[in-house]
Design a protein around this ligand. Structure first.
Ligand code: IMP
Ligand code: MG
Length: 181
């Protein structure tokens, strides 16, 4: 299964420390306010579970699933919702939880879309950030870790639907570079 993995970029212990730091920071920033975490499926499912358990404030969770129109590995920024939220976020403090921000186009669209539903506030928390790849300036309030421009898998992130279950964040080998959303 790990034949196509070049090496580990972020080991599980570092990921745990990162989640704890983010959880403590968010808990302090929101104090006793209730937040709604919105996980962007499928990539964010592992991070969402870890982050939520480091929060010590009242918290609801919901998920949405989006697919980005575009060819190959390039995101077009036009996002189609394939699974919408189950809850009404009007008047809620929402935190969009992402696995990784790459070009930023998906997140930019999502931020604008969710803003139209009139939440009390919107913030974004991403596990990983590839700043070198950014094509649009989108606000990201909480960043777990900045990483170099490498295609990573594991900890929720996939290549062609696979490797999401790897506990460490790993770099995909050159023979299968590219990626799926
Ligand atoms: P973008 O910011 O609109 O370009 O797209 C971000 C999405 O692309 C993420 O939520 C991931 O689903 C996917 N993605 C970007 N970089 C990677 C990567 O290195 N590995 C796996 N998925 C990635
Ligand atoms: Mg994603």
């Amino acid at each position: 299964m790990t034949r196509y993995i070049k090496g580990v970029l972020v080991p599980r212990d570092e990921i745990r420390t990162m989640c704890q730091r983010l959880g403590e920071q968010i808990s302090a920033d929101y104090a006793e306010r209730e937040v709604t975490l919105i996980g962007v499926l499928k990539g964010a499912y592992v991070f969402m579970a870890d982050l939520a358990r480091y929060l010590n404030i009242p918290c609801c969770i919901d998920f949405m699933s989006v697919s980005s129109y575009g060819s190959g590995t390039r995101s077009s920024g036009v996002v189609r919702i394939t699974k919408d939220l189950d809850t009404d976020i009007t008047g809620k403090h929402i935190i969009i939880v992402e696995d990784i921000v790459d070009s930023g186009l998906t997140l930019n669209h999502l931020r604008q879309l969710l803003a139209t539903r009139k939440p009390a506030s919107i913030a974004v928390c991403t596990a990983f950030d590839k700043p070198e790849r950014r094509r649009i300036n989108v606000k990201v309030e909480y960043v777990g870790m900045q990483i170099p421009d490498e295609f990573i898998v594991g900890y929720g992130l996939d290549y062609d639907g696979k490797y999401r279950n790897l506990p460490d964040v790993s770099i995909l080998g050159d023979d299968c570079q590219g990626g799926s959303k």
